[in-house]
Ligand binder design. Structure first.
Ligand SMILES: [Mg+2]
Length: 286
């Protein structure tokens, strides 16, 4: 089924999915008592691959008052950034710069100066930008340009932000349970908001109580997690941090957080100091 159709149909069923999940919470003691035929409307269930295997190991968490989640590799496929966003910017750099040249003068000037070619023509600067994209350079004018191109692409519906089915369902459930969900990603707050506002499930911005990027500190630094706890007003031990990166989880744990590793392929590294799951439907917040 083409993505576009999926997106429209999910939007239509959105209220039903919320009602179904609400009923489910009232009817069961915990999320994971539900069976494959639980009361989600069939037309929604058919489109969301969300199954509960009785043999699947489920991790119960208690005393959790807030969830902090990473994006890439956790709520969202890593390949979305590499296989969708970066190629999109590469493919459209010529037409985008040509169509928006008047708005991009500062970016073009900065790029030319950084490249040591202040007198370069627009065409020459585009060549430089395209080469930087090829080399995956982290240069400010390039990052700014890519951000503008992605915003344009999201708004035009050229692509939608990827979110795993299980992450979509469980985040909805946590929201219904009254748990605030926060995001911590190395992508800018603006990029995070774009991804979730223009997701394959429609606008998910209402699910989140706040966003953090590396302005709060590095993702592998304990201090960043202390800062976030202070800013959101929860004691660290009542926050559950979800990530696919061990060093990030180690830093959050050192700051006193509860932690959980998302492996997606189901294999946890040997001696891992964090509980590990393959998907959000193995998480039970009591
Ligand atoms: Mg990640």
């Amino acid at each position: 089924m083409p993505k576009k159709e999926f997106f429209v149909e999910m939007k239509k069923g959105y209220t039903e999915i919320c009602v179904a999940l609400k009923l489910l919470t009232l009817l069961t003691q915990g999320v994971f008592m539900m069976q494959a035929d639980y009361s989600m409307p069939a037309e929604i269930k058919d489109k969301v691959s969300f199954t509960v295997d009785e043999k699947m190991k489920v991790y119960p968490f208690s005393s959790v008052k807030a969830v902090l989640t990473d994006i890439e590799g956790t709520t969202t496929s890593i390949s979305f950034v590499h296989d969708v966003l970066f190629p999109y910017a590469k493919k459209h750099v010529w037409s985008f710069v040509k169509n928006h040249e008047a708005d991009l003068l500062t970016i073009l000037k900065d790029a030319a100066e950084i490249a040591g070619a202040p007198a370069a023509s627009t065409e020459e600067i585009i060549e430089i930008l395209a080469k930087w994209m090829e080399q995956d350079k982290k240069i400010t004018p390039l990052k700014t340009l890519q951000g503008m191109m992605w915003e344009d692409g999201y708004q035009k519906g050229d692509f939608h932000g990827h979110v795993y089915d299980d992450a979509f369902v469980l985040m909805n459930l946590w929201k219904i349970q009254g748990l605030p969900i926060y995001v911590f990603s190395s992508g800018s707050v603006q990029a995070q908001k774009l991804l979730f506002t223009h997701s394959i499930f429609g606008d998910l911005s209402h699910l989140f109580s706040g966003h953090f990027d590396t302005k709060v500190g590095g993702k592998k630094e304990k201090g960043s997690y202390q800062n976030i706890a202070t800013q959101i007003g929860f004691a660290p031990e009542t926050i559950l941090f979800l990530s696919d990166t061990l060093e990030e989880l180690d830093a959050a744990k050192a700051a006193g957080y509860q932690t959980l590793l998302l492996t997606r392929d189901g294999t946890a590294p040997a001696g891992c100091a964090h509980p590990a799951v393959a998907a959000f439907n193995q998480i039970e917040i009591q």
